[in-house]
Design a protein around this ligand. Structure first.
Ligand code: PLP
Length: 397
């Protein structure tokens, strides 16, 4: 596939108020009107280029949203103050009481907890399925199902979803397919493969500097304007707004996303191969041993590689903890959740980002306690990193 998402980032052209190469930062929460009638009209129908109040949107929000819609190839997009802000508002927009969701069981723990613990309070229930089993997906669909939900590369098991096949099922049953592309920006273009909605936690690779939290929903104009509607839009009324100054800094970080993704992927691929040669239990989508390696190759925008995420199963949580502390001490990265930073980040998902998932369900899906999840950094000398990691691993194993 061509590198269309990167081209769309390179083609961005937003001038600042005085001709600056970056858009000016709009530092206002509210906007003046020359005529009272115009304010009335804007409350009735949103107008391109007219701003009302920053919870609705602001110019920097709009620049970032437009850039991300371009990257994902959707008609429109809208940013929120966190990935969960985007996920919760789009789900609340699409589902009403008594509706049903079919979701992949291997998703970010926060999304899982939202569907499992919070949405049932509003009588919106979810069936969790193995997303690589197309028959299981279809079997879980009921007349009440409205949404099919999955991640392109799942957190933390790194399973790859066959988005085109899942989209066919969604279309057959009239469902909206939402795909979380947080782990694989640029690498996958889910909308091109049939997703109706693409969400991201901007907090991760897209921002890439681990200094801010944000999210985005990319979809049709109808969806996005519906979510922003002043009278019944969940984004407008639940209010998870992304601050304009943060939108401006995230837009600047987005400019370097293509080169960062290439380097994250190259470094992760190097380490995964070396770990495999050492006989370790490594999972990386670029290895032939990964169960969906061929599917990944078919779906990906190849020049961005297989991503920056890999997992290593060291057997027990005690060994995982010892290894992570040792690696942090050796300055190989940080023992921290999240991903997409210039330094490697590592955590044990069973006791952290996926701890919302009960232990028996973790075991059923293959999430063992000894798994360490790595978000591989932008290290210039990755062989040096490997040699130090090898020393740490050998001490622990
Ligand atoms: C795949 C995925 N989606 C969504 C989220 C939620 O994003 P945020 O922390 O920005 O709310 C995360 C956070 O870890 C994630 O990993």
């Amino acid at each position: 596939m061509a590198s269309k998402p990167a081209d769309s980032i390179q083609a961005l052209q937003f001038f600042g108020e005085f001709g600056g190469v970056n858009p000016s930062i709009e530092d206002s929460s509210t906007y003046t009107f020359l005529h009272a009638k115009s304010m009335e009209e804007l409350f009735e129908t949103a107008k391109e280029g007219c701003y009302l109040y920053a919870r609705h949107t602001n110019p920097n929000n709009k620049y970032l949203s437009d850039a991300l819609a371009g990257m994902e190839g959707t008609e429109a997009a809208h940013c929120a103050g966190s990935g969960m802000g985007s996920i919760s508002t789009v789900l609340m927009h699409l589902c009403s009481a008594c509706d049903h969701i079919v979701s992949s069981r291997t998703i970010y723990g926060g999304t899982y907890a939202l569907m499992k613990n919070v949405m049932p309070r509003f009588n919106i229930n979810t069936s969790f399925v193995n997303i690589t089993d197309l028959e299981a997906i279809e079997a879980a669909i009921t007349p009440k199902t409205k949404v099919l939900y999955c991640e392109t590369m799942s957190n933390p098991l790194l399973e790859i979803t066959d988005v085109a096949a899942v989209s066919k099922i969604a279309k057959k049953h009239g469902l909206t397919l939402i795909v979380d592309n947080t782990f694989t920006p640029l690498i996958f273009s889910p909308a091109e493969m049939g997703a109706d909605v693409v969400v991201h936690s901007l907090t991760k690779f897209i921002n890439g500097t681990s200094d801010a939290v944000g999210g985005v929903t990319c979809g049709s104009k109808e969806l996005i304007s519906g979510m922003m509607d002043v009278n019944n839009g969940t984004s407008m009324l639940l209010g998870p707004v992304l601050d304009g100054a943060r939108s401006a800094s995230m837009l600047k970080n987005l400019h370097s996303l293509p080169v960062r993704m290439e380097r994250h992927s190259r470094n992760a691929s190097f380490l995964a191969k070396k770990f495999q040669e050492m006989g370790l239990k490594v999972k990386y989508a670029g290895l032939e041993s990964h169960p969906q390696h061929e599917l990944m190759k078919r779906q990906m925008n190849a020049e961005f590689g297989f991503g920056g995420m890999l997992t290593l199963d060291v057997g027990t949580i005690e060994k995982a903890n010892e290894l992570m502390e040792m690696m942090q001490h050796a300055n190989l990265g940080y023992l921290a959740v999240s991903l997409g930073f210039y330094k490697t980040l590592f955590s044990a998902p069973g006791t952290s980002t996926s701890s919302e998932i009960p232990e028996d369900e973790q075991a059923e899906m293959g999430l063992s306690a000894g798994i360490v999840r790595f978000s591989i950094g932008l290290d210039q000398d990755i062989n040096k990193t490997f040699l130090t990691m090898k020393e740490c691993i050998e001490k622990v194993m």
